[in-house]
Design a protein around this ligand. Structure first.
Ligand code: SAH
Ligand code: SF4
Length: 462
């Protein structure tokens, strides 16, 4: 069948969609680019915030309307089967068919490997098939080993996501992720190394290792076993040891990973950064709030001072080390004073970039029992204040890089201005420049920075 997967949400969803795409390809289905050409459409959903879930469910509703010949503006596609996968399915359970009566199948995390069989069953006439994992289901098959190294290329042909840690055990008060993604499960290191080596042999230059709290790799279940050769550098922690193994892979130029928790910023991690040049000088380290009171309520298990100490460690060995973050504004009971502490923390931390989210209560989480008492307009105001601060701060930080030479991995012509090329430096900063010679996607070039903007650097080929 001609199929298409529409993906909402985080990088892990992108990765899951790729893995499912690889399975569907192997089962003889054919990927198409346009919805109107697709006979099978799968929507990969997110539920981390209410709005994210509504987008995916709304999309699914439109596709079902098309399937049933009631498409907007008389739209008629070829779609025969509509499926929903991902986090929203786990949250909604059987209720998903109340919202979407025409849905053919719904499958939650850790059961994605079943999708080709579910498609077969739908083609045989079954409808409304529900596959929801138990809270502590051990992933098997594709879900435990989402190796797509022989399937679809990553988010670009020379970059690939690699899921290393599934689930989350942190249980932050506001967060639904542990409920929908289950307990932590670390893939065996040997398997991750083999997958990255296979990707590199196919021309992938950059991998991004994924996990909700990726530095907890190998903590709940062992990632390295006695059968693995000991770490040459004497690393005892599983994640730095993984970096050591990946750094040795020929052809691979860069290793990124996300997201991180400050508790994972250990001395061994810092040593790994220092010793392994392929590890990119960037960490996405969500802080959520600058107020110790709010951090404690959120169950984040660090204070403002501990957070700042973690980033100081990273910048001590490289002052240009890029730190990006996530912030939640309008958490229940967040006062103006709490908010001002977030503002001042962001200034002290000197973030290179920040994603600001307006608090949204999620069913079943601890904070959902608290009154959502910061008015919507006030959340919006706090959001805007932080974004304006960050624009200014981003510009100031980027201005300090004028005159420096950045090593840039080329992603291709810039989306905004095709006369320029674009890529990223080790700190994940976007760098654009005029291509004064023939260039190839995936090439590493040196660019001298001449101009700074809040979100991009402009330069010339050095
Ligand atoms: N595992 C990652 C975060 C995954 S969710 C980590 O802890 O680093 C991505 C971001 O969504 C979070 O960092 C948080 O800022 C935001 N988020 C999560 N739950 C939210 C909620 N209920 N309301 C608003 N934002 C939320
Ligand atoms: Fe959610 Fe916290 Fe786990 Fe991140 S670490 S996924 S915010 S519970």
């Amino acid at each position: 069948m001609k199929y298409l997967i529409r993906t909402y949400g985080c990088q892990m969803n992108v990765r899951d969609s790729e893995a499912v795409g690889a399975l569907l390809d192997a089962a003889g289905h054919e990927r198409v680019a346009e919805e109107r050409d697709a006979e099978l459409v799968i929507v990969n959903s997110c539920t981390v915030r209410d709005m994210a879930e509504r987008k995916a469910i709304g999309k699914c509703g439109n596709l079902i309307a098309m399937k049933e010949g009631r498409g907007k503006g008389g739209e008629t596609g070829k779609v025969k089967v509509v499926g929903l996968m991902g986090c929203a399915v786990k949250r909604m359970g059987a209720d998903v068919f109340k919202s979407l009566p025409g849905l053919d199948f719904a499958v939650g995390p850790r059961r994605f490997g079943l999708i080709p069989r579910l498609v077969e069953r739908c083609l045989a006439g079954e409808r409304r098939i529900l596959e929801v994992p138990d809270a502590d289901e051990v992933p098997t098959g594709l879900d435990a080993h989402p190796d797509t190294s022989r399937g679809q290329s990553g988010f670009a042909c020379f970059q690939s996501y690699v899921t290393v840690l599934l689930g989350c055990d942190n249980r932050c008060s506001y967060c639904i992720v542990p409920d929908v993604r289950g307990h932590e499960y670390s893939r065996p290191a040997r398997e991750v190394v083999a997958e990255v080596a296979a990707l590199a042999s196919r021309g992938v230059r950059e991998v991004c290792l994924l996990g909700q709290s990726v530095l907890r790799y190998g903590m709940r279940n062992k990632a390295w076993t006695e059968a693995d050769a000991p770490s040459p550098g004497g690393y005892t922690e599983a994640f730095p040891r993984l970096l050591e193994a990946l750094n040795g892979i020929d052809g691979l130029a860069r290793i990124r990973f996300t997201s991180a928790h400050p508790k994972g910023c250990t001395d061994e991690l810092v040593r790994a950064y220092r010793e392994f040049p392929k590890a990119c000088r960037h960490l996405h380290l969500p802080v959520q709030s600058g107020s110790d009171r709010v951090l404690a309520e959120m169950g984040r298990h660090y204070t403002r001072a501990e957070y700042l100490a973690a980033i100081a460690k990273l910048r001590a060995f490289d002052p240009e080390f890029a730190i990006t973050t996530d912030i939640i504004v309008g958490y229940p009971g967040e006062t103006e004073a709490d908010f001002e502490e977030t503002r001042s923390l962001m200034e002290e931390a000197g973030f290179d970039n920040a994603f600001v989210f307006k608090y949204s209560p999620r069913p079943g989480t601890r904070s959902a029992a608290l009154p959502d008492d910061v008015p919507t307009e006030e959340k919006e105001r706090r959001d805007q204040v932080l974004l304006a601060d960050q624009q200014r701060r981003g510009l100031a930080r980027n201005q300090k890089l004028i005159g420096t030479v950045r090593e840039v991995l080329l992603e291709g012509p810039s989306l905004r201005n095709a006369a320029r090329w674009s890529g990223r430096d080790s700190g994940n900063r976007i760098v654009v420049f005029e291509p004064t010679r023939k260039l190839a996607i995936g090439e590493l070039v040196q660019v001298k920075i001449t101009e700074a903007h809040p979100q991009i650097l402009v330069g010339e080929l050095a």
